[in-house]
Design a protein around this ligand. Structure first.
Ligand SMILES: Cc1cc2nc3c(=O)[nH]c(=O)nc-3n(C[C@H](O)[C@H](O)[C@H](O)COP(=O)(O)OP(=O)(O)OC[C@H]3O[C@@H](n4cnc5c(N)ncnc54)[C@H](O)[C@@H]3O)c2cc1C
Length: 150
């Protein structure tokens, strides 16, 4: 597999998982058809690709904000990126495991390990609850500023 840099860890994990899923559903056949030819699988692939793409754009925006002067906006953008990235990678890992069926849960493949490792991202380096607190406070800050008497 080929990856261009830079990408943050969650985006990279998401891409690895999506690649595993794409490879697997292209090879595995059930009920006389490849998994990729079932509409339910297509929808899951679309959800994974959309979530990954959205998280990547949020990460790029956070990187852009980092280069700007506004510390509050920078903090909020970083929290948004951490929160959406952690959420995305866990959903993508879960869908990948589901598409692999029993093999995805077994320790013979790396999916189970990646699934377990992505779970901790909602705890590490600032939990998702604290990221959401920062995001909400930024939303209130913007709201209060917008509605402040002139
Ligand atoms: C594998 C692993 C590696 C780690 N590596 C490091 C490391 O290298 N360096 C380091 O410093 N730390 C590290 N940690 C610690 C990690 O940062 C903490 O586990 C994390 O910050 C959560 O703190 P806590 O475990 O004390 O949970 P707590 O602070 O007890 O929180 C428990 C739960 O309550 C929620 N919560 C807490 N306060 C609020 C609030 N005000 N509002 C809403 N919800 C709240 C939390 O989000 C969480 O879900 C690591 C943890 C793990 C699991």
């Amino acid at each position: 597999m080929h990856f261009e840099l830079p990408d943050d860890l969650r985006i990279l994990q998401g891409r690895v998982l999506l690649d595993y899923a794409l490879e697997h559903v292209s090879a595995r056949e059930t009920f006389g058809r490849k998994l990729r030819d079932h509409q339910g699988i297509e929808w899951q692939i679309a959800d994974m690709a959309s979530a990954l793409h959205a998280a990547r754009l949020v990460a790029y925006e956070a990187a852009w904000c980092y280069d700007q002067g506004d510390a509050a906006a920078r903090t909020a953008a970083a929290a948004l990126s951490k929160y959406t990235g952690a959420d995305m990678v866990q959903r993508v890992a879960d869908m990948t495991m589901q598409m692999f069926g029993g093999a995805g849960y077994s320790r013979d493949l790396p999916i189970e390990r990646i699934w377990r490792e992505t779970r901790v991202v909602r705890i590490l380096d600032g939990t998702s609850e604290i990221m959401r607190q920062i995001i909400a406070r930024d939303a209130f800050r913007r709201h209060d500023r917008w509605n402040a008497p002139i």
